[in-house]
Structures are given as C-alpha cells and as structure tokens.
Design a protein around this ligand. Structure first.
Ligand SMILES: NC(=O)c1ccc[n+]([C@@H]2O[C@H](COP(=O)([O-])OP(=O)(O)OC[C@H]3O[C@@H](n4cnc5c(N)ncnc54)[C@H](OP(=O)(O)O)[C@@H]3O)[C@@H](O)[C@H]2O)c1
Length: 413
C-alpha cells in the first residue's frame, strides 16, 4: 500500500513539472522537503492577490489524514475571504479553500478509520486549494463508489449547510414553504433538491433571470432577483412562508422577517450583499449592516416568529460539532446513494484559472458549483475572453454586478 502512495506521488510530480505555467516560476526552495502546487492569497483584496506557487508539502500530524487532492470546491465564502470581508480571518499569506476530495496518501499517528488509497472528501480550515492537504480525521468522509471526485468537491459544504438549516434549525416538514435567495447557486440548488425529498414542499426561488430556464424545474415558483419578491410571494401565498433562507443580509433581513407565517423561521447564513465589487467596499459593508432590521424579542414573541443564524464553518472549526456534522453527512450520503440528491456542477477550472473562476461568481454567471480541478491543464484564453488581472499587480476596474458572463463560458466541461 505504501508503495502505491509513493508511485502516485512521483507520477503527480511529473505532471506538475509538465504543467506548471508562468505563475509557478516563483518557486520557493525547501531543500529536501517535497513541494506541491497551491493557490496563495498574498493579501486581502482583488483577484491579483491570488497566484499559484510551490509550497512545502504538509505531513500528517497526530489524528490527521493526508489527502492527495483531486478537486476543491470554490464557494462564495472564498470571495469574501479574498476580500477580507469575513470575521477574524487568518493573516495572509494563506492558502484559501474549505473543502476538497481526493485519495488518502498517508495517515498520522492515532488516526483510525482510514487507509491509504481510500477515496474521500474533507473539510479543511483553510489550505484546501493545494495538491496535498492534511486535515483532522473528524473532518474526513469516505466517498460512495459511484461519487466522482468532482461531485464530492461540490457536495460537502453546500449540502451539509442546506440540510442543517432545513432540518436541524427550521424543522422542515411536509406541506411547508421555503424561500431561498441565489437559488441557482451551490447552496441554492442543494436547498431545492433537499426540499424535494419532503412531500408537498413549496419552494420560492429567487435568481438572476438568465438562470431561470436552467433551474425552473428545481423550484415551485421562480422570481427574478430584481423584482419585488415580497409582493410576488404574497400574490401566491398571502400568509407568507414557513422558512426564509437569507444569504444576502442587509435589507433582506427585514423583508424576510415580514414574509414569515406565524411559527415561521428566518435563518441568516450569509452576507452576499456586502460584495459589490472586486475589493472590499466599506460603503457596502456599512450599508448592509445599517439596513439589517433591529430585532426586538418582544415583537418576535407577539408575532410568533423564530430568528436564527447558521455558520457551518463556525460549527465545525470553532464550536467542535464534528459528530453532528458526521451524522448529517451519513444521511446525505444515503440520499445520494438513493439518487435523491446530486450536486449541480457549473464548471471545472485549473488551479491557475482561479481568478477567472472567481470572476465568474462575481459576474453571477454560475449555475451550481465551481470546482478547482487540480489535475486540469489551464485552457488557453482567447484575447477577447481574458479576464486576467495585470501581471504588474494593479487593481482592476470594479466589475459590473450584472454583466453578461453567461456568454463567456470558456471552461465548461
Ligand atoms: N453559513 C454557512 O454555513 C454557509 C455555507 C455555504 C454558503 N453560505 C453562503 O451562502 C451563499 C451562497 O453560497 P454559494 O457558495 O452557494 O454561492 P453561489 O450561490 O453559487 O454564489 C453565487 C451566486 O450568488 C448570487 N449573488 C448574490 N449576491 C451576489 C453578489 N454580491 N455578487 C455576486 N453574486 C451574488 C448570484 O446569483 P443570482 O444573481 O442568481 O442571485 C451568484 O451567481 C453565500 O452568501 C455564502 O456565503 C453560507
């Protein structure tokens, strides 16, 4: 077994040498230490803060699993990390990324339950966007045989977050109604699929108009994100909805609360509204914070409403609820094996294409999840397709929120 792992390392290193592009010229030397490719965020800011470089390969510590990474998930949260819009981020330089899939290459002392060559997916507290990752065994899960590495990298964060919000926090049951923003995104599509596992659930989805044809069948009612969704929902359901899932924050908090039926639950789980350009905007940050409805518990009592917050990363990495997440993952893998859920993958990108991939989310172009495919060779860009930042490292012009990225999809597989 150990020999298989060593062979695989040599083979992959050969591919690295063949594939590394100009961005990896900046090779740091680590003497005899083995090196790996990784995406580095050199400081908080725009896309030009990201580059692929070589780093010393990590070795598993006590209780850790070392994974030869095949694919990594790229989430909206990663944009917020890049901009420095999240709470208490680690100091850059850092390797971003919270989830990956791959093959176990070795395990540390006292690490039980995994063997070399196991196919796995894992949560990582940063450092996922690399060829090799070490993470505590509590955050690692075996893949069903039929699940591909791409699917696995699109699975963990989105489906676990969606499941826990719907079933652990809001107690979704037959006949209820759910409103979800960004319905065409990674979490949005996971929410839609999980709602379809419960009889007679009505899903009100909100998404950019151009996604509607692709996702119409996944929800019951679909609205353009630019319409007054309160009025639209009330036309269909005058009493409102049972569950509001709000990843936008700002003015949507008050709107979401006003839409709740008695005993309904509003869950805040993101702050996408804070991202308005390529770099952190203090204006958007302040506006979003200012617009959040100030909640009076006495009003909640009078109106019979529940307000909740959910952060999977905090649950895992700060609050130690790994066993709860593991139980949820087991249920989700059963649903996957029964073919009731399946991650929607938008596109695959090489590590060297991370800037273009992030730009696609900024442009609201994705339907489903973006994946960094560690073994993919970068696709040459046509001059007219280029979204690369300048080599000189200047900040780029702020992208327009609504630009037509759906016509620029050079890397879809
Ligand atoms: N709390 C948690 O545990 C947790 C876990 C995972 C994700 N999240 C949150 O859930 C949300 C969705 O995450 P995701 O990773 O699945 O991403 P995603 O929905 O795939 O994100 C991209 C989509 O978000 C929408 N969007 C809304 N505001 C945007 C903005 N300011 N800039 C660009 N796009 C914007 C766009 O869709 P439309 O144009 O169609 O609206 C875009 O296509 C994010 O807020 C994320 O932070 C929270």
């Amino acid at each position: 077994m150990a020999k298989e792992g060593a062979d695989m390392t040599e083979e992959t290193e050969y591919m690295i040498d063949k594939n590394v592009g100009k961005e990896t010229e900046n090779v740091e030397s680590f003497g005899d230490t083995k090196e790996m490719r990784a995406v580095i965020l050199s400081g908080f800011g725009g896309l030009n803060k990201l580059r692929v470089t070589k780093k010393a390969m990590p070795e598993p510590q006590d209780g850790e699993v070392k994974i030869r990474v095949k694919a990594c998930g790229l989430n909206f949260l990663d944009l917020m990390v890049r901009q420095g819009t999240i709470d208490s981020p680690p100091k850059p330089p850092l390797v971003p990324g919270f989830e990956c899939s791959g093959i176990v290459e070795s395990v540390g002392e006292n690490t039980k339950g995994f063997e070399v060559s196991d196919r796995v997916m894992a949560f990582v507290n940063y450092n996922a966007w690399a060829e090799v990752v070490c993470t505590p065994v509590e955050f690692v899960y075996k893949l069903p045989d039929e699940m591909t590495f791409t699917e696995a990298a699109a699975f963990s964060l989105n489906f676990v977050a969606a499941y826990m919000m719907l079933f652990e926090v809001a107690n979704l049951r037959e006949g209820m109604s759910v409103l979800v923003h960004s319905a065409g995104g990674g979490v949005g599509q996971a929410v839609a699929q999980l709602c379809s596992t419960v009889p007679n659930v009505t899903v009100f989805g909100i998404a950019s108009c151009f996604k509607h044809a692709a996702i119409r069948d996944s929800v019951t009612h679909l609205f353009d994100r630019n319409v007054d969704y309160i009025q639209e929902v009330k036309k269909i359901s005058p009493d409102g909805v049972d569950i509001v899932l709000d990843c936008l924050c700002g003015e949507n908090t008050g709107k979401g609360l006003s839409l709740l039926k008695p005993l309904g639950t509003y869950i805040l789980y993101g702050a996408s509204n804070m991202v308005t350009g390529e770099t952190k905007s203090f204006f958007s940050f302040a506006k979003s914070w200012w617009q959040v409805e100030k909640v009076n518990p006495i009003k909640l009592y009078e109106e019979n409403k529940v307000i909740a917050g959910f952060s999977l990363l905090n649950l895992l990495f700060k609050q130690g609820r790994c066993s709860l997440v593991k139980a949820v993952m087991d249920k989700l893998l059963c649903l996957y094996e029964q073919k009731k859920i399946k991650p929607v993958v938008d596109s695959l990108w090489a590590l060297e294409e991370v800037k273009e991939a992030m730009q696609r989310i900024h442009d609201r172009g994705n339907i489903g999840k973006l994946i960094l495919d560690v073994e993919k060779t970068p696709t040459p860009l046509m001059a007219s397709d280029s979204t690369e930042t300048s080599e000189a490292g200047e900040e780029e012009e702020e992208p327009e929120g609504d630009n037509d990225s759906k016509e620029r999809m050079p890397f879809i597989h």
